[in-house]
Write a protein that binds this ligand. Structure first.
Ligand SMILES: Cc1cc2nc3c(=O)[nH]c(=O)nc-3n(C[C@H](O)[C@H](O)[C@H](O)COP(=O)(O)O)c2cc1C
Length: 345
């Protein structure tokens, strides 16, 4: 029996398979089921910045305190430009509305922590470093073992350059770390102008882990109704390969653990990501498709493969296939299919 344990976020985790943030960890009942699956840690469903703002908006409307459309305008500007322009007179209402949402999340964290003995990683989904950062401290007080920040900046604003877009990551990290003692991981997407240098720089910012990569909402168009929708809510098992490239290129160059997310559906893809240098994997879509039993199959599969290969611990093979350890370091940088194409045509 191999030793599957790993060190992550200051904790000794029993194996490298973590359940990622989603509706599957959105209630205490689900958290209990998730914990029973054998996963080594659970990332709770995120509290969303938009969710807080939305509740604030409704609260203002319900109390009839909004002045005409002025609050609506402010609310929209937060959603569109991420700039707060609320009128000072409403600050009390704003804070009160926030507390209601936040206290619900805090009580969820507290109950989840009490309900299971698997480490609990709370999660905040954000894209600004505004008021909410003070709240992170209260998540710690509610008992979370760690916090995962899901920061996704789509660089679509044509008025902002890449430096302005990417500054927000550092603003958020700085603001949150100021309030916390528990370790903080950062989950990011891949829309950076210089992905490799950005990941390396972020790894030096004081965070305790980088989760690569968040899988964003995939928009689609219904050609019958002419509406925008999303057909691809869940990942496909082939999607791990994109993450594999970047983990292989960056592990050994970063100053914090890399965690792989997106497309991890089997022990095989988990093993590949560990070989590329990931410390652990986060799994979501496979659980939606095939249930929590997937976790046991993954850990068993990793164990069986380690036994077969003669690896006693994860560290015996983690990163063995990253770019720095390859005979031909260009393998993971190849982006064109020259040779393959020439065989096909
Ligand atoms: C239904 C659903 C809900 C999700 N909710 C969250 C969330 O609240 N916070 C978050 O950081 N990621 C969320 N995610 C993203 C997942 O944590 C994960 O990063 C992504 O689905 C890629 O992993 P996968 O291929 O294993 O699904 C969600 C994904 C799905 C499918």
């Amino acid at each position: 029996m191999a030793d599957l344990s790993i060190q992550y976020l200051g904790m000794n985790l029993k194996n490298p398979v973590i359940i990622g943030s989603s509706g599957l960890t959105g209630s205490v009942a689900e958290v209990k089921l998730a914990a029973a699956s054998g996963a080594s840690a659970l990332v709770l469903k995120s509290i969303f910045e938009e969710q807080i703002l939305h509740e604030m908006n409704n609260f203002m409307k319900d109390t009839g305190k909004a002045k005409g459309d002025s609050f609506q305008k402010g609310y929209q500007s937060v959603l569109e430009d991420r700039e707060y322009d609320y009128e000072e007179a409403y600050s009390y209402l704003k804070d009160h509305a926030k507390e209601q949402t936040l206290s619900k999340y805090l009580s969820f964290v507290e109950q989840a922590k009490k309900a299971v003995d698997v480490p609990i990683i709370a999660s905040i989904n954000c894209s600004t470093a505004y008021d909410w950062t003070y709240f992170a401290r209260r998540i710690e007080e509610a008992g979370a073992d760690a916090l995962e920040l899901n920061v996704f900046v789509l660089p679509s604003n044509t008025m902002k350059n890449s430096a302005e877009n990417e500054k927000v990551y550092y603003d958020i990290i700085e603001a949150v770390l100021k309030h916390l003692h528990i370790p903080v991981a950062l989950k990011i997407g891949f829309y950076f102008s210089g992905l490799a240098t950005s990941v390396i720089d972020l790894s030096k910012s004081g965070i305790a882990g980088l989760v690569l990569f968040n899988r964003p909402f995939h928009p689609d168009i219904d050609i019958n109704t002419l509406e925008v929708n999303s057909k691809y809510l869940l990942s496909d098992p082939s999607e791990y390969s994109h993450v594999l490239r970047w983990i292989a290129l960056l592990s050994g160059r970063v100053e914090c653990p890399l965690i792989a997310t997106t497309g991890v559906h089997s022990a095989e893809s988990a093993i590949k990501l560990l070989l590329a240098g990931a410390t652990a994997v986060e799994v979501v879509s496979a659980l939606y498709k095939d249930g929590f039993g997937v976790i046991g199959k993954m850990t068993q599969g990793i164990n069986d493969w380690m036994d077969k290969k003669g690896f006693a611990t994860i560290d015996d093979f983690r990163g063995k296939m990253n770019q720095q350890n390859l005979k031909n370091p260009a393998e993971f940088e190849r982006v064109q299919f020259m040779r393959l194409y020439s065989k096909i045509v």
